[in-house]
Design a protein around this ligand. Structure first.
Ligand SMILES: *Cc1c(COP(=O)(O)O)cnc(C)c1O
Length: 456
């Protein structure tokens, strides 16, 4: 399988190069040249466990890696999950939940980043290369990225976060990791400062080349690939009389739900996707009106979805525009200039994706009500999805993706339920831990110097 860029100016490359490249040199996002149709194979995939299914699904997109390697790689990738099903489905009567939070940092990003870390290590080892990963985080992504590469050969990771602006628990999830290849940089500034430093170092091409600077952000195709697997699995598990489930996805970056869109295009039995946003509703507005325009960022109870520029949205748009890079550029350019971008032909976009946004009050009420009705505790991100799912009629079953364990957001969850219920042993254990971090000024030169001294 070859990969090409949404912007149309990058020569096709095989899977492993696409993984190492991340963002394409022309500024676009990489996508497989074709989306494989798997309808003929679905019957033989029914009942497979997550890792076996991953081998079949990913095999369609990889090509340049032996199947022996892939099976072993997947075993390693999911060894740290604390549930044998990796992504178990809970049946709570009319509410069905797929739990994506059984990885080491208790959020769905582990499903992709545990795989990406193992994959990086394998490709780098084969090629005799090394990589220095540089990232910026406002909380959750940093810990999942660190957990994905901690202790791996050929990889050093540097994660910047705004000092004092992540929760103490979020900070410990990063800084209490003991491995020597992990460097947590507490920056005396905002998350925007961290991102600006990162951008400026990635734009310094000699520096980038000298240190083999790499990113683990959500534009890496391997992250999407890992997520496609649980959509196929959910579709197969819940298909009933030929109708697949509706799958509801709380989203910010369009990363998770884009994988569902690809699974649907592959022919997985998924009736439709329900896109759920918090008050940062740019995507919900787009799917309902055809208009794509940035708004102000709202701080909500589901901080991992407080996003106004959805990086993976470009991939969806490109497929929706029948791979027309010129039309895509026109659309993205008018969006980037701050104008309203609109598709000619207008709304509604795709009748297999419905969308809605959920406010703070409804989020808290949904956590409380779900607990009262079923005894099950949802985190605020998952609650956005559960509330959204209730707004749409459906012929078949509806499955909500649970993207974080409730114990990651104890303030909101305990407040909604009225007693302290949001606990997890892994997080309790962290409470007495000491972290390891380096405090640095919000200054490119200081971060550059630190990376130079500690790079592989
Ligand atoms: C990152 C994240 C999301 C949003 O995922 P996208 O891929 O950005 O749509 C939702 N919930 C949690 C808990 C997350 O960490």
């Amino acid at each position: 399988m070859q990969y090409t860029s949404t912007r149309g100016d990058t020569p096709p490359m095989p899977f492993q190069d696409a993984v190492l490249t991340g963002l394409a040199p022309d500024g676009g996002l990489l996508l497989p040249e074709t989306i494989p149709d798997v309808r003929g194979e679905l019957d033989s995939w029914r009942g497979l466990g997550f890792v076996e299914l991953a081998e079949r699904v990913m095999g369609k997109f990889i090509g340049d890696m032996s199947t022996v390697d892939l099976a072993a790689l997947l075993e390693r990738s999911y060894a740290r999950f604390d549930d044998p099903a990796i992504v178990p489905i809970r049946d709570l009567g009319s509410l069905k939940i797929m739990e994506l939070f059984h990885g080491p940092t208790l959020a769905f990003k582990d499903v992709a980043l545990q795989f990406l870390g193992a994959l990086f290590e394998q490709i780098l080892t084969e090629r005799g290369l090394r990589m220095n990963i540089l990232g910026a985080t406002s909380g959750d992504t940093g810990s999942a990225a660190i957990a994905g590469v901690q202790g791996r050969d050929g990889i050093e990771i540097f994660i910047m976060f705004p000092e004092g602006r992540t929760s103490p628990l979020q900070e410990l999830q990063m800084t209490a990791v003991p491995d020597a290849n992990v460097h947590c940089l507490a920056i005396d500034g905002s998350f925007d400062d961290c991102q600006a430093i990162m951008k400026s170092l990635f734009n310094d091409l000699p520096f980038k080349a000298k240190h083999g600077l790499g990113a683990v952000n959500s534009v890496n195709w391997a992250r999407v690939l890992a997520q496609i697997v649980y959509y196929v699995q959910a579709g197969l598990a819940l298909e009933h009389n030929g109708v697949g489930p509706a799958i509801c996805v709380p989203t910010g970056n369009f990363g998770n739900i884009f994988a569902g869109y690809v699974a649907m295009k592959m022919g997985a039995p998924i009736d439709r996707l329900i896109l759920a946003t918090n008050d940062n509703d740019i995507l919900a507005r787009f799917f309902n009106t055809g208009s794509y325009q940035r708004g102000a960022v709202h701080f909500t109870l589901s901080p991992s979805m407080d996003i106004q520029v959805a990086s993976n949205f470009e991939r969806f748009l490109f497929l929706h525009l029948n791979r027309d890079s010129d039309a895509l550029r026109t659309f993205m350019d008018s969006f980037a200039s701050g104008e309203e971008a609109r598709l000619s032909g207008g709304a509604p976009l795709d009748d297999r994706i419905v969308a809605t946004s959920v406010d703070k009050v409804t989020t808290l009420r949904t956590i409380a009500q779900t607990y009262r009705d079923t005894g099950y505790i949802v985190d605020p991100h998952t609650a956005v999805g559960v509330a959204a799912a209730r707004r749409f009629e459906s012929d078949g079953p509806v499955l909500c993706l649970a993207t974080a364990h409730p114990a990651k957001f104890p303030e909101s969850v305990d407040e909604a339920i009225g007693k302290p219920v949001a606990r997890h042993p892994a997080l309790e254990a962290l409470k007495g831990a000491t972290g390891r971090k380096t405090s640095l000024p919000a200054d490119v030169a200081a971060v550059r110097e630190f990376v130079e001294q500690h790079a592989l």
